[in-house]
Design a protein around this ligand. Structure first.
Ligand code: 3PY
Length: 254
């Protein structure tokens, strides 16, 4: 069901001790200051911290646990990998799939991501599926065709019931870690396009019910403006999720 959602993607940052301290600060600040926010919050730390951080999150509260990736197989001889079922067994609810850094540095293709989606859903996780174009694609005026293909090849193979569990994140690659943010008009234009594609692939109800996040240098200064757009339901936050004050301000933007 469509909701306001703010997810913090820590990427490969923080030590265990720093991570625990950050989460304690966030939970305290959210409890003190963000009680009026309508946003569901997801914190996505690195794998080794998940279980302990999950234990720090207030039971039944609005802060949930997410992972940044999972393997496409349920179990087996895949040294160094982590399955969706393992994540679920330590209390993880959400998993980010298809972040552009995974696509770029780890060669993740739409074909592989479609398998990861199935694995995540099979384990009862809620995927946050990322799509987004490069600067060259945008400058060549091919953004919409590119996104259409990413959605079709990576995501739209899911059944209606499976798709119901998915959150989509639009993360233009040119805005990730660069300090450049899409303008709220650029974000809105793409989010409306994504919703239109969902309506075509599924139906109007599915499109209206899908939560679509913006990601890419979203921060405490620009969140309110981005989230005020009718098709922007929240954010997948990188660097600003590592600072309790900034992350709380973003949550308070709702
Ligand atoms: C960013 O904000 O840079 C992100 O990549 C969030 O996932």
């Amino acid at each position: 069901m469509r909701k306001n959602l703010v997810a913090g993607n820590w990427k490969m940052n923080m030590t265990y001790q720093d991570g625990l301290a950050l989460v304690s600060e966030i939970t305290n600040m959210v409890a003190d200051e963000a009680t009026g926010s309508t946003a569901e919050v997801v914190i996505c730390p690195p794998f080794p911290f998940l279980h302990s951080i999950g234990k720090l999150l207030p039971q039944g509260g609005n802060i949930h646990l997410g992972a940044q990736n999972c393997h496409q197989k349920e179990s087996g001889a895949y040294t160094g990998e982590v399955s969706a079922k393992m994540l679920q067994s330590v209390g993880v609810e959400y998993v980010i799939l298809g972040h552009s850094e995974r696509r770029q540095y780890f060669g993740e293709t739409d074909e592989l991501l479609s398998q990861k989606l199935k694995a995540a859903l099979g384990a009862g996780l809620k995927p946050i599926f990322c799509v987004g174009e490069s600067l060259e694609t945008r400058e060549a005026d091919e953004t919409f065709a590119y996104l259409e293909k990413q959605l079709k090849d990576g995501l739209f193979h899911l059944s209606n019931e499976e798709f119901d569990q998915v959150t989509v994140a639009y993360e233009p690659i040119w805005a990730i870690g660069t300090g450049k943010t899409a303008t709220s008009a650029q974000a809105q234009e793409v989010h409306a396009f994504i919703r239109e594609q969902i309506a075509r692939a599924y139906d109007a109800e599915a499109a209206q019910n899908t939560t679509i996040l913006y990601g890419g240098s979203a921060n405490a200064q620009n969140a309110r403006e981005l989230f005020s757009q009718p098709d922007v339901d929240g954010g997948l936050i990188g660097g600003a999720s590592l600072k309790s004050r900034d992350f709380t301000e973003i949550i308070k933007s709702f």
